[in-house]
Design a protein around this ligand. Structure first.
Ligand code: PMP
Length: 389
């Protein structure tokens, strides 16, 4: 059978990350490539208890179809969790925040629509937007976040700017308070909506990050949140908070996409979160990830000595961003690193525009201390080999 594909399907490429993850499933490879939370943090016993409670107390509703908006008590709990006044009626429970990105693309993008993104940005967002065939426009960014001047200069006719202010995927950087204030004011003045994606915000190490952009101007922003990094990603549970002007459209798109997020999962999470569970649980994730970051920073400082490798010190989240010495390309380095038993994600796929081929992303949360030491030493060897060529 000759299947005639839609033009948009012709354009879809297999995710570079997925292809790399396949390689890293081979035994003996230490993967610093994945975007997976540490499975040690999954509260399995609490879920077992919540599961039994939900089935016992509310089994029929938990196994039935439900409203597209989401489970009322969970929408209420989400509105209570957020650090600005949120009406639960503006909360839409999504099947992961990845679905939030998909719904936003469906509701806000036409073919050729300009979408502003950070340099670099979350690859999964570029993938979620791409079926609507927009034109992603890369906005200059530095260690403090996106450039206000460049954002304003490129804002004409843009449908929105997509921003990740906290412990960004892929770089781990955080937008400063001053930059947030300036971005928020300039976007409002330019009439540029903001899509704020914040799956890592709770995973801070020493101090909580500044207030979200949405808290400063809720009418001009859609906020995306997730339970993937504070509970477990397999639940596929996220949420968005949208102003009245577009909430009904997002709800219709949600209805068409999958009717609703699994009723059972929503009730389980609502049950697990009772009595402030996250207030006890999230600090244990922060402590673990902070320690892991420090192990990786120590290994990098030790092993990359003299190699002209630059790396940052993220204040939260799961990722660290590394820049290789002049002349060393991360895509070319990857097979050499895999031969030595370590995998990472090259930076290039995270750029909407021209990327920096010397960059790469490392996750510090899933490997053990010993594995991190071994992997960073192997990476340094691979870099040395590339430099010798
Ligand atoms: N946004 C960002 C920035 C992410 O890193 C991820 C997960 N990799 C997501 C959204 C999607 O998360 P989920 O669908 O699991 O909520």
């Amino acid at each position: 059978m000759q299947w005639k594909l839609a033009a948009r399907a012709e354009k879809m490429n297999p995710s570079v990350i997925r292809e790399i993850l396949k390689v890293t499933e081979r035994p003996g490879i230490i993967s610093l490539a994945g975007g997976l939370p540490s499975p040690k943090t999954f509260p399995i016993a609490e879920f077992a208890e919540a599961c039994a409670n939900v089935l016992h107390k509310d089994g029929q509703a938990a196994l039935q179809y439900a409203a597209s908006e989401g489970y009322g008590p969970l929408r209420e709990a989400v509105s209570q969790m957020l650090p600005w006044k949120v009406d639960p009626a503006q909360v839409l429970i999504t099947t992961g925040s990845q679905q939030g990105l998909d719904l936003i693309a469906k509701v806000l993008l036409d073919p050729g629509s300009r979408v502003l993104v950070e340099t670099p940005t979350y690859l999964g967002a570029l993938q979620a937007f791409s079926p609507m065939e927009p034109e992603p426009v890369s906005v200059a960014s530095d260690d403090e976040g996106v450039s206000v001047e460049d954002m304003v200069a490129k804002s004409k006719d843009a449908r929105f700017i997509y921003l990740l202010p906290n412990f960004q995927n892929p770089t781990g950087r955080t937008m400063t308070e001053e930059r947030r204030a300036a971005v928020s004011a300039a976007a409002a003045k330019a009439g540029l909506p903001i899509i704020e994606d914040n799956p890592y915000g709770e995973l801070w190490f020493d101090e909580a990050p500044p207030l979200p952009l949405t808290a400063r101007n809720p009418e001009g922003c859609v906020y995306l949140g997730s339970f993937s990094k504070v509970l477990a990603p397999g639940l596929r549970l996220g949420f968005l908070v949208a102003p009245k002007a577009i909430f009904p459209k997002l709800l219709q798109a949600k209805q068409a996409a999958d009717l609703h997020t699994p009723s059972f999962n929503q009730r389980m999470v609502s049950e697990v979160m009772k009595e402030g569970f996250l207030n006890k649980h999230v600090p244990t994730i922060r402590a673990l990830y902070k320690r892991q970051r420090d192990v990786m920073l120590a290994a990098l400082t030790r092993e990359m000595n003299g190699l002209q490798v630059q790396f940052n010190k993220p204040n939260g989240g799961m990722f660290l961003w590394l820049r290789l010495p002049p002349g060393v390309d991360a895509v070319a380095l990857l097979p050499k690193a895999v031969e030595r038993g370590v995998a990472f994600v090259p930076g290039l796929p995270f750029y909407a525009g021209e990327g920096d081929p010397r960059t790469l992303r490392l996750s510090f949360v899933t490997a053990s201390d010993q594995e991190i030491d071994t992997a960073i030493a192997a990476l340094a060897d691979a870099i040395r080999e590339q430099l010798a060529h």
